[in-house]
Unconditional design. Structure first.
Length: 45
């Protein structure tokens, strides 16, 4: 890796539940990474 980073929480899947989980984690102060295949469908059910 060129720029290694550390995260407290990694959420795999940018659907509705994944987006909510990442948001809750970030609001609690955790450094959060959200991974998704397609940014255009982020948060869709």
């Amino acid at each position: 890796m060129l720029y290694p980073e550390e995260f407290d929480v990694i959420v795999v899947g940018g659907g509705h539940a994944g987006t909510e989980a990442a948001l809750a984690s970030a609001r609690m102060g955790a450094k959060t990474l959200l991974l998704t295949h397609n940014i255009e469908t982020l948060g869709q059910m």
